[in-house]
Design a binder for this molecule. Sequence first.
Ligand code: ZN
Length: 338
Amino acid sequence: MLTTTIAGSLPKPAWLAETEKLWPRWRLAGEALQRAKERAAVEWIGHQEAAGIDIVTNGEQFRIHFVHGFLEAIQGIDWSRQTPMGIRADRYTVQVPTVTGPVSRPHPVHLDEVRFTRACTDRPLKFTLPGPMTICDTIADAHYGSRPAMAMAFAALLNAEAHALAAAGVDVIQFDEPAFNVFMEDVREWGIAALHRASEGLACTTAVHICYGYGIDENLRWKAGLGDEWRQYAEIFPALNASRIQQVSLECAGSRVPLSLLGLLKDKQVLVGAVEVTGERVETPEEVAATIRAAMDFVEPERLFPCTNCGMAPIPYEVARGKLTSLAAGAALVRRTL
Ligand code: ZN
């Protein structure tokens, strides 16, 4: 009950990559870089276990960015053809690579790191992949001509990848879909269908993470303009609840999401964001417990998984460690009273 987990990413140590950046540069190259990624993953697994996190991840220590880490191995993408794109409906503009032909996956992308991570821990292991819609919102299209068509093409590649990772012992495959909160109509029209394609036939647990973004300035400014009540989830939760995805990971701590919206996910396991992913301060266990208890008005503890609001990649390393400890301690406080 109140099984704890995290959204996925964790900060990279300073000896591995630039810190507190969304697109950091590696500090090393070649074999030395590979060994450093492994060491960083081992340390984060250890920190999660020591904190008391039940379902762990490798903290995404093997990739620079949650979308491009997958795309780097995909054929049909021209990385030299950079197109400026206003992603998440123009929240911020970045130079993105361009799809110039049919996409294909010549070999597994994350299998080696999954095998490595699986051997590091006996706890249930979660692995995150970018969702098809979010991929389409992070890459330019000069081939497919429509987002749904491109999403379905990527979904097929994600499905093959997910099957390979599940076969290597991953317990939970999570698709990260922050774009779901921005293109709510598209979610209903083709986003869920693309997720179903991506998760087709998987025997492991499937999850989708939908948040209001990393705690970076662009997102914080966007959130400031969303008004007193964030009701984006209300438009997509009914469709998600009817979907085949088993878990929904969302942002609750310190956000203006009315928790009553969790009542729309009555058939799902709900990963309740109980720590924020900004770098300023670590919540106390009591604060975490209060968020969990508030969510329990709408989600029974059997279906409630205390979690982080989002990935913690861009925040200071020690702050993230503190948040892991508070997250597990807060869940333990509530568990004791059940
Ligand atoms: Zn997120």
